[in-house]
Design a binder for this molecule. Structure first.
Ligand SMILES: [Zn+2]
Length: 173
């Protein structure tokens, strides 16, 4: 192949990749493959609603939610571990992942990790609770890219906005 042919080939491949590339948030989510933050096989209802704050947050609900394991959606480092008392997120964690992604886990009953700790996909980071401004045990969950809350994608699947999605966790299976 001549240099000129190689140049044309590279240009063609680059053009194809550019055309095929979906929105940047999707690329990041799929590359990272953020996982459902629960034990393998557990079924949860992922609730989204327009009056949620932040609006793209997810509340994970199920019967017997209190005390269930909360697991990291991906590998990363624990960036924030705070207790806001009876307001807002209550006990919450933020995990920093690669590519500008972070996940947030709120209303926890207790923590299993400390700030600066490295975690893997599926590491138990806390227990589901009802701390802060919560009226019943559930997990408030956010996926953030460069500080902006995104529509949640789990295991490569977009959850429903706005409404309910039944999700079976495959984390650590
Ligand atoms: Zn919430």
């Amino acid at each position: 192949m001549s240099l000129r042919m190689i140049g044309a080939f590279v240009a063609a491949v680059t053009a194809a990749l550019t055309l095929a590339a979906p929105a940047s948030a999707d690329v990041g989510a799929q590359a990272l493959n953020l996982r459902t933050p629960f034990d393998c096989g557990q079924v949860w209802n992922a609730n989204t609603r327009t009056n949620h704050n932040p609006q793209l947050s997810v509340d994970f609900q199920r019967s017997g939610a209190l005390g269930k394991n909360v697991r990291s959606s991906a590998a990363g480092v624990v960036e924030t571990r705070r207790d806001l008392g009876n307001t807002s997120y209550g006990k919450y964690l933020v995990i920093r992942h690669s590519g500008g992604w972070k996940t947030l886990y709120a209303h926890l009953n207790s923590f299993n990790v400390s700030v600066g700790q490295n975690v893997n996909t599926g590491t138990i980071i806390g227990k589901v609770g009802s701390t802060g401004g919560s009226t019943g045990p559930h997990l408030h969950y956010e996926q953030r890219l460069n500080g902006v809350v995104q529509r949640v994608v789990l295991n490569g699947v977009h959850i429903r906005y706005y409404g309910n999605t039944s999700i079976t966790s495959s984390t650590g299976c």
